[in-house]
Design a protein around this ligand. Structure first.
Ligand SMILES: Nc1ncnc2c1ncn2[C@@H]1O[C@H](COP(=O)(O)OP(=O)(O)OP(=O)(O)O)[C@@H](O)[C@H]1O
Ligand SMILES: NCC(=O)N[C@@H]1O[C@H](COP(=O)([O-])[O-])[C@@H](O)[C@H]1O
Ligand SMILES: [Mg+2]
Length: 386
């Protein structure tokens, strides 16, 4: 049996912990606040700032995990190389976690070293550089802190007058501690997908059926599986996902994000379960994304990944502009829909637009996904967070 140190304990970590516990493993859930979702289902917990190297070293010394599973990006991942050298399995690998927490490292690797098609991009470390970068990349463009996720600190610049506010936004709302941003040309895509990709300790790289999603404020609002995509574009995306995951090394599930238009653009990737992949909680696959991650991490074979149903999910957000202890209503109404379900993550506090749960809809393979999207949204909309 393995002892897993889970770094990050949100909704994704909670489902991963459930999957790992079902396979008989011990999980220590870590996050910066008490009673985080994964802590509610784990064996033990720790509360630390994961960007604090000393604190991270201390809990690794104390718990002596055999496996470290990062669940968020904002971690002092430079230490992962030492942990790996000491024989701890870092998931999927120290390099993968370290490169993907830094948009500069992963983008240069993908675009320059591997030659993947991406949006044109520049970096900037101050306002003057940002103005120059915007002029070079062109307007509209997207500005993102090097370390951030779920769209935190991200802005789309539509006119020169928005450059200064974008700089402020990136520096105050990102999740990391680097004062640098990436500026990307805005891609006018037709749709975007997440290609969940599984690398195994032994066995081939596997792909899940593509997941379609829609984002607002840089955060996903709904996702569905399978996404509409041509065989040709899917093959291009799979080739890029195989290339980048092979370069980053290790075993686990990866959420590889693409923009689809006339061409297929690689956007970024998470070396862990992806928020849009929560659609697999609707039973769309023989194994959901958390079970796939657990199997791959533990070195359990995954003979195949099959599409079992079509599914969709939509987020339940806290809408008000305040921070408080949440209460929920409308779950009875949400539960009334046939072939549907919901999840409440159990986050102890709310803030505006914080993701608190999801509504899920599913039906047989072949069902129109737009109908499922509509139902998932209706289910989610029944649930009110106050
Ligand atoms: N260059 C771009 N052109 C057009 N849209 C973009 C671009 N970059 C980002 N977006 C939009 O913003 C969304 C979030 O961007 P991105 O995935 O880079 O942010 P993130 O903070 O890493 O989010 P997460 O961690 O949730 O994946 C994308 O899914 C896409 O909808
Ligand atoms: N796009 C990344 C993503 O969705 N990550 C998920 O959100 C949690 C943080 O939520 P919070 O901001 O509500 O604490 C993370 O712990 C992870 O589960
Ligand atoms: Mg993303």
């Amino acid at each position: 049996m393995e002892k897993i140190l889970l770094l990050g304990s949100g909704e994704l970590g909670k489902e991963f912990t459930i999957a790992a516990k079902r396979y008989g493993q011990t999980v220590i859930a870590v996050d910066s606040y008490a009673n985080a979702p994964a802590m509610q289902v784990a064996d033990d917990f720790e509360i630390i700032n994961m960007l604090d190297g000393e604190a991270l070293n201390r809990i690794v010394e104390q718990h002596k995990p055999s496996i470290i599973v990062p669940e968020i990006e904002a971690i002092r991942t430079s230490l992962f190389y030492d942990f790996e050298a000491k024989g701890i399995q870092v998931v999927p690998s120290a390099k993968a976690a370290n490169f993907t927490m830094d948009r500069k490292k992963i983008r240069d690797l993908a675009a320059k070293d591997l030659g993947l098609k991406t949006a044109n991009y520049r970096y900037a470390t101050n306002l003057e550089e940002l103005k120059k970068a915007v002029a070079e990349v062109g307007i509209p463009c997207v500005v993102k802190p090097l370390m951030s996720s779920s769209g935190k600190g991200q802005s789309t610049i539509k006119s020169e007058s928005e450059i200064e506010i974008a700089w402020e936004n990136a520096n105050t709302k990102g999740r990391g501690d680097q004062l640098e941003v990436i500026v990307e040309a805005f891609i006018q895509f037709d749709s975007e997908i997440t290609l969940l990709t599984v690398t195994q300790k032994s066995g081939p790289t596997l792909f899940c059926p593509p997941i379609g999603h829609r984002q607002e404020r840089g955060d996903y609002q709904e996702s569905w599986q399978p996404a509409h995509i041509s065989e040709e574009q899917l093959k291009i995306a799979q080739d890029m996902a195989a290339k980048v995951t092979a370069e980053l090394k290790g075993a686990g599930i990866w959420g590889v994000e693409f923009f689809l238009g006339e061409e297929v653009y690689f956007s970024e990737l998470s070396p862990r379960p992806h928020d849009t992949g929560m659609v697999t909680l609707g039973g769309s696959q023989n194994f959901n994304e958390f079970e796939l991650h657990a199997r791959a991490v533990l070195g359990l074979p995954i003979p195949e990944i099959t599409l079992e149903r079509h599914a969709a999910n939509a987020v339940v957000l806290f809408q008000k502009n305040e921070v408080k202890t949440p209460t929920y209503s409308g779950t009875e109404k949400a539960a009334n829909y046939p072939k549907s379900d919901f999840r409440i993550f159990g986050k102890p506090t709310t803030r505006q637009y914080r993701r608190m749960g999801i509504g899920i809809a599913y039906d047989a393979v072949g069902t129109d996904v737009d109908t499922l999207r509509k139902k998932a949204k209706e289910v989610a909309d029944q649930i009110t967070v106050d």
